[in-house]
Write a protein that binds this ligand. Structure first.
Ligand SMILES: Cc1cc2nc3c(=O)[nH]c(=O)nc-3n(C[C@H](O)[C@H](O)[C@H](O)COP(=O)(O)OP(=O)(O)OC[C@H]3O[C@@H](n4cnc5c(N)ncnc54)[C@H](O)[C@@H]3O)c2cc1C
Length: 493
């Protein structure tokens, strides 16, 4: 029987992973990527000797032998690099010198929190013990068989945390500093479920949530290499305009230059909105899909990133710090009372010796920046202004920093949309507790009434995450093999 062919639209992590597993399973695979490089959102870029990293803060599945690490080994994602395990997830600092370190080791975290507020022992026990219970469940290994059925019984009592926001949990603390600091623990997203921070803390405690040295683009590059070694083909600067459909079956794609490519299966690993409403002209819809896209939030966590390349050694600092602000930071038409920072030293592989990178992640509104960008000068001036305000705040925490800044680079939701095609530069971050059901559940990987077609990636599931989308690629090829009555195979590099 001749090999079946697959066209994959998009060479982000979802597309690359899908491509690797398709090649391992005997399909002829071509990835069409509009950009000139792999990775999509999982990327970094160079500016005057500094590498500014856009994506990975923490990556699931980094402990050798864990359920999910098997997938990364199959994709060659860590080949030739090291994984850094941080001592603290992040430190929250108040203006009056108080510190809350989210130690990755749960015993140490418990002792530290009780030192900050002995009166809160009961709620601290609740938090740390819940995280310990989560540690016994291999959540990250679910898709690769690491998750065992017996684990479900352990989940019962933990389910209540999926209905409780981080904000709601933080209100249990009597100590005012801990109460305020706890709201910010998950990248400042206080309206998302407590389960997210519990899964994170359990992942850290298990050593299964690390940071691949060299950053996001190098990470993507390694998976791209694996795809090519497996015999796959990737074509850059190939933007797909339309999915060709014959008798309600996807049979190929039309490129922007009008050329056509035909295949047995088409898989979109590109932005969901442009796939469904653009490339397929909105012909394969249902109420769920419409409802999902209507509910896309207006403000985007990590929408704005201010990257500073600094002539300063930051190696004695924690890798992530949240500063609780006395004077709020004005961004767009809002005021923020805290700011989340990430710091990289030479050991990260992102900057020269003795220098550092400080990145401030801020909430950003697409509409605000889109409107500004009609006037490029104003858009740039506003980016400069935000950077200036961030530097002013940092000057207090890192005296002398203002004069040490060598490079400034600011991204907005519009930057993300331009480079990756993602609608409004949006990320389906873990949904807020109080939101539409469809936002929590996500969409399906197929479209109603369309054959020969799949969607993978962050738009086809309920949430973001490099590991989530890579796993989705693996799972989709496993399904395809079942449909084609073939045994799914995977190989470790
Ligand atoms: C600021 C930030 C921080 C993050 N931090 C983390 C983290 O710490 N840990 C983690 O696990 N995840 C993190 N994520 C999430 C993670 O980056 C994404 O979930 C994941 O990379 C999405 O991958 P994807 O392949 O689904 O989509 P994308 O990365 O968006 O890839 C889609 C690809 O399709 C291409 N494309 C689009 N349209 C077309 C077209 N018409 N024709 C051809 N090609 C097209 C794009 O150029 C792109 O390469 C972060 C994301 C952001 C933005």
């Amino acid at each position: 029987m001749s090999r079946r062919s697959i066209l994959i639209i998009g060479g982000g992590i979802a597309g690359l992973s899908t491509g690797c597993y398709a090649q391992m399973n005997g399909y002829d695979t071509t990835i069409l990527e509009m950009h000139d490089r792999p990775g999509g959102m999982c990327t970094s870029w160079q500016r005057k000797g500094y590498t500014f990293d856009y994506c990975i803060h923490n990556l699931a599945g980094t402990r050798p032998g864990s359920g999910l690490s098997q997938m990364w080994d199959e994709l060659g994602a860590f080949k030739g690099t090291e994984v850094i395990d941080h001592e603290v997830f992040q430190r929250v600092e108040s203006c009056d010198g108080k510190e809350f370190n989210l130690y990755c080791d749960l015993d140490r975290l418990e002792r530290h929190m009780k030192e900050i507020s002995p009166d809160d022992s009961k709620v601290i026990d609740e938090f740390v013990n819940a995280a310990r219970s989560f540690s016994k469940i291999d959540f990250f290994g679910m898709g690769t068989g690491g998750f065992k059925l017996g684990m479900i019984s352990k989940m019962g009592k933990l389910m209540k945390y999926s209905k409780m926001t981080i904000e709601e949990f933080s209100s249990k603390f009597k100590d005012p500093f801990l109460r305020r600091a706890f709201r910010t623990v998950q990248y400042n997203m206080s309206e998302i479920p407590m389960t997210v921070i519990l899964v994170f803390m359990s992942g850290f405690d298990n050593g299964d949530l690390g940071w691949p040295k060299g950053g996001s683009f190098e990470f993507s590059r390694r998976i791209e290499s694996r795809f090519i070694e497996l015999g796959g083909e990737i074509r850059y600067r190939h933007k797909v305009k339309r999915i060709i459909v014959d008798n309600n079956r996807a049979v190929g794609v039309e490129m922007e230059d009008g050329s056509e490519q035909i295949a047995d299966i088409v898989i979109s690993a590109a932005d969901g909105y442009s796939t469904i409403f653009g490339m397929l002209d909105g012909r394969y819809l249902n109420d769920r899909i419409n409802s999902y896209y209507e509910a896309i939030p207006k403000n985007e966590p990590f929408g704005i990133e201010v990257n500073l390349g600094v002539n300063r050694d930051v190696s004695s600092e924690p890798h992530a710090i949240t500063l609780l602000l006395e004077t709020p930071l004005k961004i767009e038409d809002r005021e923020e009372d805290s700011i989340y920072l990430e710091l990289f030293d030479n050991d990260s592989g992102l900057c020269p010796k003795g220098k550092g990178i400080i990145k401030a992640d801020l909430v950003g509104s697409y509409e605000y920046w889109k409107a500004l960008r009609t006037d490029l000068e104003r858009y740039r001036a506003e980016k400069d202004e935000i950077a200036r305000r961030v530097i002013d705040i940092l000057e207090e925490r890192f005296p002398g920093l203002r004069d040490q800044v060598e490079v400034v680079d600011v991204t907005t939701p519009v930057t993300c949309e331009r480079y990756t095609g993602n609608l409004h530069g949006y990320q389906p971050w873990p949904s807020k507790v109080h939101t539409r059901k469809v936002m929590k559940e996500g969409l399906s990987r197929t479209l109603p009434g369309l054959e020969g077609f799949f969607m993978v990636g962050q738009w086809a599931g309920a949430t973001v995450g490099v590991s989530t989308v890579a796993l989705m690629g693996r799972d989709t090829i496993e399904k395809l093999c079942r449909m084609d009555k073939k045994r799914f195979v995977s190989q470790i590099v």
